[in-house]
Design a protein around this ligand. Structure first.
Ligand code: URA
Length: 434
């Protein structure tokens, strides 16, 4: 077998065998296959696609390209949630402790923000002291003590994806359903979970804006999970507007604590209750989705979920006082309103631009090595579809001495409109129950 023949097979529309895939991904991870060969093969997969059995082989080889997690000592079922991401999406932060409070363990390996989307790990790290770079032992200890581990992908976990995702990003080869599905599922299936809920976003702030493409991705990911004996459901949810009111790391932690305290925006609570409820159903702890939803709502309203979050913050080195005193979180020194220029109805035409408006303030990354300012961001005072009057505040801009403020305002004007009344898409467009 040689590298060129594997690439040529795919270039000509052929199907890669298990042997060819193992040879290629194994060689790539060991540094025996060059980046340019991997880029060529990835480009051929991007244009030619993959058959279902080829995708299963590819995902399997990615998953076993390094170590995987397993929790034989944990008696509870293990479940996780993955979102394809967007602006203001902080669901994982209140959801994981709420699910753990209902008796299901959540080993959650998350990512960092890049481009217009924020990342769960960056948000958690905005809590002073909070550590996400956990060793295997620390992940096991966190699960044992709190029911949750919020961790980052290690060097050993799915190294093929770490290399390939960076390569695809650099070469403009991200938006391919088989490549996205294998990338996400290899990481999630490496967590040793029994159940997985997928939140596949649609709309202008989503990675795949078209709901039909999102549905295709969801179907492929569900079938990969089932093939590996993991129960899996997906929800298609709205990212044609920001989720919740707060967008920006610290601001989203504050909103997550509000949600865990029984308050916060309705859309955030609805997704936490829905997706957490489905995790309980898939894990066999609730008989129906309705029962699961009720249990999550009770865990929040009784304060148990907030109690678990406090344990997690302590366990992962964070300062638990921020739960009661959010002013201990790093705060931007300045806040300015962004006001409506005329009467009308607020709508969002380009949610990516809203994400980039936060980046302009210093609150995001355009490349993985960029530093972020966790304190800056936006708090929406009006929501999509709401009537507004000229001069009313649409959102507050939290900034540091005017840094990026003008660019932020220009991007907000590109992303949001005030016009005639608009129809809002439903928060949950579809459910694919596993
Ligand atoms: N997220 C991932 O983890 N991988 C992709 O390919 C796209 C989004």
């Amino acid at each position: 077998m040689d590298v060129r023949s594997v690439i040529q097979t795919k270039r000509d529309g052929g199907e890669l065998s298990e042997e060819e895939i193992r040879y290629f991904l194994g060689g790539y991870v060991r540094g025996e296959i060059e980046n340019y060969h991997a880029a060529a093969l990835t480009a051929c997969i991007f244009t030619r696609g993959m058959t279902s059995r080829e995708l299963v082989r590819w995902t399997h080889a990615m998953l076993h390209s390094g170590s995987t997690l397993s929790f034989p000592e944990v008696v509870q079922k293990k479940a996780d949630k993955h979102s394809t991401g967007g602006v203001g999406d902080k669901v994982s932060i209140p959801l994981a402790p709420a699910v753990a409070a209902c008796g299901v363990a959540v080993p959650m390996i998350s990512g960092r923000g890049l481009g217009h989307t924020g990342g769960t790990l960056d948000k958690l790290e905005s809590i002073p002291g909070f550590r996400v770079q956990l060793s295997d032992d620390e992940i096991h200890r966190a699960i044992d003590r709190t029911g949750v581990a919020f961790g980052a992908q290690t060097k050993e976990l799915v190294p093929a994806d770490r290399l390939l995702y960076a390569l695809r990003d650099a070469c403009g080869l991200v938006e391919s359903i088989p490549l996205i599905a294998s990338s996400i599922m290899s990481k999630k299936l490496a967590e040793g979970i029994d159940a997985l809920v997928l939140d596949v976003k649609f709309g202008s702030g989503a990675f795949l804006p078209d709901p039909a493409r999102g549905r295709e991705l969801a179907d492929v990911m569900i079938s990969l999970a089932r093939g590996m004996n993991v129960r899996c459901s997906a929800f298609q949810t709205a990212m044609d507007r920001p989720l919740g009111r707060a967008c920006g790391h610290v601001l989203e932690i504050v909103e997550s604590i509000e949600c865990l305290s029984g308050g916060g925006p309705e859309d955030l609570r609805e997704l936490v209750v829905l997706q957490g409820g489905e995790m309980l159903r898939l894990a066999g702890v609730a008989a129906t989705l309705d029962e699961g939803r009720k249990r999550i709502a009770q865990a929040i309203d009784s304060g148990r979920a907030l109690g678990v979050f406090e344990l997690i913050v302590r366990e992962q080195g964070g300062d638990p006082r921020v739960l009661k005193n959010p002013e201990l979180l790093p705060r931007a020194p300045d806040a300015d309103p962004w006001k409506a220029e005329h009467d009308g109805t607020l709508s969002f035409v380009d949610v990516r631009a809203i994400g980039h408006a936060i980046n302009a303030l210093g609150g995001g990354r355009t490349k993985v090595t960029d530093e972020i300012d966790p304190a800056v961001g936006l708090v929406w005072r009006k929501h999509a579809g709401e009537a507004v009057k000229r001069g009313e505040t649409l959102c507050e801009i939290h900034h540091r001495g005017g840094r990026g403020l003008e660019a932020c305002r220009a991007l907000l004007a590109r992303g949001a409109r005030i016009g005639a009344s608009v129809e809002c898409s439903p928060l949950v467009l579809g459910t694919i129950a596993g």
